[in-house]
Design a protein around this ligand. Structure first.
Ligand SMILES: [Cu+2]
Length: 764
């Protein structure tokens, strides 16, 4: 891919319009107020301000308020031990932040919209990318628009071909979660007033259409594109920031990175730091900023090469999402989510062709542009949202920081009625009350009578799900009609007579195919986690055959009223009445099926080796404790007592060898890391970038034999530690192939954005 860079003029698209060109700042479409925002955010980072903040910056009033309020609450016994304001103290706590969330309007006609099934993104033909002003390539300055980075490993160094090139523009666009009409309701389920786009009230009881929500999306869609990748065929994705362009003058509301910067992380590819999209890298190299600003961009090179070149490290399902420091949650919630299933063509093992290799469900169709689609192999992206009711006040600590001056917060926003509502800094965390799959609320999927492969992904800010496959004779009822109120309205619908009717056969987790399949009645899906399953739609779990027209509901049975943790799940005090149908599955016609259900103990993918003497590494392990704690201002989440400092490598807590090592590992080394949940009342989906790990200890017990019924996939490779309250998990992991800065962080994005992250690095 050597560059013929002779052409510097913009190429012309089919309809004669010049394409806005890579890495040339756009000069169109920026309003004066938008320009002011860009100006305001050109310098000091918000967290820098916050450090100053205790004495003088904009957040001082709130910080002082909190300092004043907390002791008073503690005195009255209203501040619980984990720092959460008790309900009785809500009014006082409101001085710091308001915990009120809107109740979304009720979707009246659920399960009518079809589940959108993404198609593979088309690659850019060489004729196109060779015309780019800066073409992709291995040379100095060819990795980003600043011209100051190069790719650490170019595919040719691995004996791989040049990458397939994709182009993804980060754009302002709109998204509709449903075509159904809606009834505005309040937290008691009673019909409520709604508002038109000018903020004019509309009488309670009026049935409405939902306005479209503004998104920041990869190529302007939610979810964004899906790249079907293959091991051995690297992909280079040019991400380019067009968020300054807003030709339709869409209201940007009060979330999404206020400077419109983005930073894309392929979760959890084996990727060099410059292509990894993490702020520990970007604040020190490349942009030297939290993200890439409008007009800027980068070529993220995904080698599609397993760690150490070891086939046992191959994975199967990535996703890419925003990772802009301090605003990851708001950018992801605003739409920056894309999919990246990765297939393994070696010996036809897992190449999307059910006639070969492991014979997992999938019928592959190769497209003329070099991409391919796989039928019966369907990604399912779960995302919960909340829509503005026009009467809930928008107020949190971000409002004191000038992030969204046009919103004039604290304020209500009747003009945003029906559009996505976000809260940056909720004490209890953020969860939505409308559940969506692939961007559509309560969709329907018509399936053939055969086996399917489903790739589950939780792209929610904080919500954890637990799914079951259920049948229901009477079908879904609104939670309102069943007398539920407030938090119990989350999910909007219930199937009171729902009964489990099918099992899942788990074949993969974050780290790809499992060492052996696992039959499950239900499974938990934590933020950012991937879980893959085969479901056989020809028969029920009792062996009776299905018939055309039968209906099955994919049902969430984990009640999670706020972002702290669940109140009820199968593992902890199950609530038999909490059965929220998320997707309707309708059995259709028979269809040929050459796939084979893996046998009970069949090896899908062998685990990478764990040294016999791994316990000898215990004394010198690195230890990181995640906890709630106030460092002032919005910094609410700490690791080893410190907030994230993007310029620094973190330090381990004192380990049994009485050392406090820096979070640095030599290239090609392996080690044990411990992640501890220091708090009692919270759960944390803790994500480590770079290599997949294997859980070896949970709460002091050796779990390498995989005997923990609550965590049956501890035997697999993962990139996210699901930490129950008070849990401590030790993982074994490698640090191979690349050098440079990476991060580890909580994937409850409200926690991540409020400093629950640390920098670590691989040294030569
Ligand atoms: Cu967390």
């Amino acid at each position: 891919m050597t560059a013929d860079v002779g052409k510097t003029d913009a190429p012309v698209t089919g309809d004669g319009e010049p394409t806005p060109h890579l890495w040339v700042p756009s000069d169109g479409g920026v309003s004066p107020s938008e320009a002011a925002i860009l100006e305001r955010h050109s310098g000091l980072s918000r967290r820098t301000m916050l450090k100053v903040g205790a004495v003088g910056a904009a957040g001082a009033a709130i910080v002082a308020g909190k300092a004043f309020v907390e002791p008073a609450l503690a005195q009255k016994g209203l501040l619980s031990s984990n720092g959460v304001f008790a309900a009785a103290a809500t009014e006082v706590a409101n001085l710091v932040y308001i915990e009120a969330f809107p109740t979304s309007p009720l979707i009246l006609d659920p399960f009518k919209d079809q589940l959108p099934i993404p198609k593979a993104l088309k690659p850019c033909p060489p004729s196109e990318y060779m015309g780019w002003k800066k073409s992709p390539g291995p040379g100095d300055g060819q990795q980003n628009s600043m011209g100051n980075e190069r790719h650490q490993i170019w595919p040719s160094q691995l004996g791989y071909p040049d990458p397939i090139v994709y182009k993804i523009d980060v754009k302002v666009a709109t998204h509709s979660f449903t075509t159904s009409k809606v009834l505005p309701i309040d937290k008691n389920g009673k019909p409520a007033v709604s508002f038109d786009p000018t903020g004019k009230p509309i009488t309670a009881g009026t049935i409405r259409e939902l306005p479209k929500s503004t998104i920041y999306g990869f190529n302007g869609t939610f979810p964004g594109p899906m790249i079907n990748a293959e091991y051995g065929k690297p992909a280079l994705v040019r991400f380019e920031n067009h968020l300054d362009e807003n030709p339709d003058n869409l209201d940007r509301q009060d979330f999404g990175s206020p400077d419109w910067s983005f930073l894309t992380h392929l979760h959890n590819g084996h990727t060099a730091p410059e292509s990894d999209g993490n702020p520990h890298y970007t604040m020190r190299y490349g942009p030297k900023y939290q993200g890439y600003k409008p007009g800027e961009g980068c070529d993220n090179l995904y080698l599609n090469w397993p760690a150490g070149g070891d086939d046992r490290e191959k994975q199967s399902f990535f996703w890419f999402h925003d990772h802009r420091m301090d605003h990851t949650g708001s950018n992801v919630y605003k739409g920056m989510v894309g999919l990246y299933p990765i297939y393994d063509p070696k010996n036809g093992m897992d190449m999307g062709d059910e006639t070969q290799g492991l014979r997992l469900p999938g019928v592959r169709r190769d497209n003329s542009d070099g991409s391919f689609d796989v039928d019966y192999d369907i990604p399912l992206v779960f995302f919960d949202c909340r829509l503005d009711d026009g009467v809930t006040i928008h107020k949190d600590i971000h409002d004191t920081q000038g992030d969204f001056p046009d919103a004039h917060n604290p304020n209500t926003h009747p003009e945003w009625w029906g559009k996505t509502f976000f809260k940056h800094f909720p004490s209890h965390g953020f969860v939505g009350d409308i559940f969506t799959v692939n961007g559509t609320a309560y969709p329907t999927l018509e399936v053939k009578r055969r086996k399917y492969r489903f790739r589950f992904l939780d792209a929610s800010v904080a919500r954890i799900y637990e799914f079951k496959l259920m049948s229901s004779t009477k079908g879904p009822k609104t939670a309102v009609s069943l007398g539920y109120k407030a938090d119990e309205l989350e999910g909007q619908y219930r199937i009171p007579d729902g009964q489990q009717c099918m099992q899942f056969t788990q074949i993969a987790s974050d780290g790809g195919l499992l060492p052996f399949p696992v039959k499950r009645d239900s499974f938990e899906l934590w933020p950012a986690k991937r879980r893959e399953f085969i479901v056989d739609f020809t028969k029920y779990q009792d062996g009776t055959p299905t018939t055309k027209g039968d209906v099955i509901y994919l049902t969430d049975v984990m009640k999670m009223p706020d972002g702290r943790m669940w109140s009820n799940s199968s593992r902890f005090s199950p609530d038999p009445n909490y059965k929220v149908p998320v997707m309707k599955i309708v059995i259709g016609d028979d269809a040929p099926d050459a796939s084979v259900m893996p046998a009970a103990l069949q090896t899908l993918r062998e685990l990478p080796p764990l040294p016999k003497d791994w316990k000898s590494l215990m004394d010198n392990r690195l230890i990181f404790e995640v906890e709630r704690g106030a460092a002032g201002g919005e910094v609410e989440w700490l690791i080893n007592g410190k907030q994230f400092d993007p310029a620094k490598v973190a330090t381990s807590m004192k380990n049994p060898a009485s050392k406090t090592p820096l979070a640095q590992q030599k290239k090609n080394s392996f080690n044990l890391w411990e992640i501890r949940n220091g708090g009692g009342g919270w759960v944390h989906p803790f994500h480590l970038h770079m290599e997949e790990h294997r859980t070896v200890m949970r709460n002091g017990k050796d779990v390498t034999a995989g005997k923990d019924a609550g965590h049956p996939d501890d035997v697999s490779r993962e990139d996210l530690v699901a930490l129950d309250p008070g849990e401590a998990v030790v993982v074994y992991r490698g640090f191979r192939d690349f050098v440079g800065p990476y991060v580890a962080h909580c994937h409850n994005l409200a926690h991540e954005d409020h400093a629950m992250m640390f920098g670590w690095e691989i040294t030569p």
